[in-house]
Design a protein around this ligand. Structure first.
Ligand code: FES
Ligand code: FES
Length: 159
């Protein structure tokens, strides 16, 4: 076992873990943060995407021990409570950007840094940004519409 200390959603955790434990499994099984979904465990589907020191990262592609000393944000850290959703979450709801929702946490965590870097994206740029996130349900148009809506909301909130 190896000791790991990391910050997740602004809370610091210290745990003894097997060196082979994936960060995705650490978040789900050690911390109970099951909003991070696991689809392929091969870095293909994007369902497990989290923020790692503020950047999108696939949590199935690194070990928990590699997160020692780092800061992680999961989908649970996006909104303070269910009545105050992040603009992206609110927009996915309003624009019907999800059906089963399995892919949604990973897509949201991909889009948070994307919209920071590109607050006024074109439809092509949005499609490119989520091209590494597989959705089996929607055909993507509603997801793209939700991202445009979120970008509008976030720009309005800034002004
Ligand atoms: S579970 Fe990590 S990319 Fe699919
Ligand atoms: S909403 Fe079902 S997989 Fe994307």
């Amino acid at each position: 076992m190896t000791q790991v200390t990391l910050t997740v959603n602004e809370t610091q955790y210290t745990r003894d873990v097997e060196p082979r434990l994936l960060l995705s499994d650490f978040l789900r099984h050690e911390l109970g943060l099951t909003g991070t979904h696991v689809g392929c465990e091969h870095g293909v589907c994007g369902a497990c995407t989290i923020l790692f020191d503020g950047e999108s990262m696939r949590s199935c592609l690194i070990f928990a021990v590699q997160a020692d000393g780092h800061s992680v944000t999961t989908v649970e850290g996006l909104a303070p409570d269910k009545d105050n959703l992040h603009p992206l979450q609110q927009s996915f709801w309003e624009a019907h950007g999800l059906q089963c929702g399995y892919c949604t946490p990973g897509i949201l965590m991909t889009l948070v840094p994307f919209l920071k870097q590109n607050p006024n994206p074109t439809e092509d740029e949005i499609r490119h940004a989520i091209s590494g996130n597989l959705c089996r349900c929607t055909g993507y148009q509603h997801i793209v519409d939700a991202v445009k809506l979120a970008a509008d909301k976030m720009r309005e909130a800034e002004n």
